[in-house]
Design a protein around this ligand. Structure first.
Ligand code: AHG
Ligand code: MN
Ligand code: MN
Length: 334
């Protein structure tokens, strides 16, 4: 029988070993993983659990909230507020950060999350997920400003995919590991100990329906991919778009590829669609830890100094040589 490592065992090894993660961070990760199990149960019940459809409300970004967006948000807050490991939490689904209720001890960490990524996939039974990022609180009162730290300050990042399998992928800054949920046992078992993104790829991921709105460097890159063997790249490319960043990034961490959600002309005043603090930064940390690269077309995403909790950003991430190419195309026209 294969001897497997549980999430708890991995984290205890990280506590004792090279990463030296503090016990509060270990607790935080275990609590988030437990919350993801609860979300996975809700997701899997679908119509039987009456979790499908719209909640009839909008979030701060003007997006219609699905019932599961709200359920997942509540599960994460309830699971995390009492353990003593957090100073505060911020989420896609809340206008402002929330502190820890006074009756509980306050910890050192700040947790950011996209409780349910890929909301448009919920009702059609396609993969969705949860994305999270962990920062250290620098002290003083916890406010929205406390969260405005660049991605390089993250001490942990991860995501959970609710797909054919439920998988948890995380980094504490020492590579990327994957755990798969054993539903009968309710346990997370390590199924990949060092995820690596191949440097080269023949697969791209972008919402092609926005092509007419793209900036020239993005159009140039995709045109060259589409030209295939006969074009300047000299090879045929494949395309995938799940409409859940979590699932697209998971594919890239598993078999390589490039993912882009660039700036486009639909809303020229916004840098992009995806959110820096709880989508782009945690995914960039994971991708870099797996040997890939993540930029906004011009600069490393993790070095951007955030100015708002719900700030948006253009995203180009994945296999290193492809991200370098797209970034070079952008710099040429600067
Ligand atoms: P969310 O469901 O958390 O709002 O995020 C959806 C995001 C991202 O996960 C995905 O890559 C993208 O939106 C899909 O956008 P399109 O609707 O343009 O395909
Ligand atoms: Mn999202
Ligand atoms: Mn979401």
């Amino acid at each position: 029988m294969t001897k497997r490592i549980s999430l708890t065992q991995y984290l205890i090894e990280q506590q004792r070993g090279e990463a030296q993660i503090p016990s509060q961070l270990r607790l935080l990760i275990e609590v988030v993983a437990r919350a993801c199990k609860r979300i996975a149960i809700n997701v899997s019940k679908g119509a039987l659990g009456e979790v499908l459809g719209s909640a009839g409300s909008e979030n701060v970004q003007g997006e219609v909230q699905k019932k599961l967006d709200i359920i997942a948000n509540e599960v994460l807050i309830e699971a995390n507020e009492w353990g003593g490991h957090l100073a505060g939490m911020a989420s896609e689904e809340m206008d402002d950060m929330v502190g820890v209720p006074n009756r509980y001890p306050q910890g050192e960490y700040l947790l950011l999350f996209d409780p349910l990524d890929g909301s448009s996939n919920i009702d059609i039974n396609v993969s969705i997920g949860t994305i999270f990022s962990v920062l250290k609180h620098k002290g003083g009162d916890v406010t929205n400003e406390s969260f405005l730290q660049p991605g390089t300050a993250q001490v942990c990042a991860g995501y959970c995919v609710y797909g054919p399998q439920t998988t948890l992928v995380l980094t504490v800054g020492k590579g990327v590991v994957m755990f798969t949920l054993d539903r009968e046992m309710g346990a997370w078992w390590m199924t990949e100990d060092n995820m690596r993104i191949p440097e080269d790829t023949k697969e791209f991921s972008i919402n092609m329906s926005n092509m007419r709105h793209w900036a020239p460097p993005v159009k140039r890159y995709i045109d060259e991919c589409l030209a295939g063997k006969e074009g300047p790249r000299g090879k045929d490319f494949n395309m995938r778009w799940v409409a859940a960043m979590v699932a697209d990034v998971h594919r890239i961490l598993t078999r390589g590829g490039i993912f882009m959600y660039p700036w486009d002309k639909r809303e020229p005043g916004k840098p992009g669609k995806l959110r820096l603090m709880y989508e782009a930064n945690p995914m960039s940390f994971l991708v870099e830890q797996a040997g890939g690269m993540a930029t906004n077309g011009l600069q490393r995403i993790m070095e951007i100094q955030p100015t708002q909790l719900h700030e948006r950003v253009a995203v180009v991430l994945g296999s290193k040589s492809e991200v370098e190419r797209v970034t070079a195309y952008h710099r040429e026209v600067q």
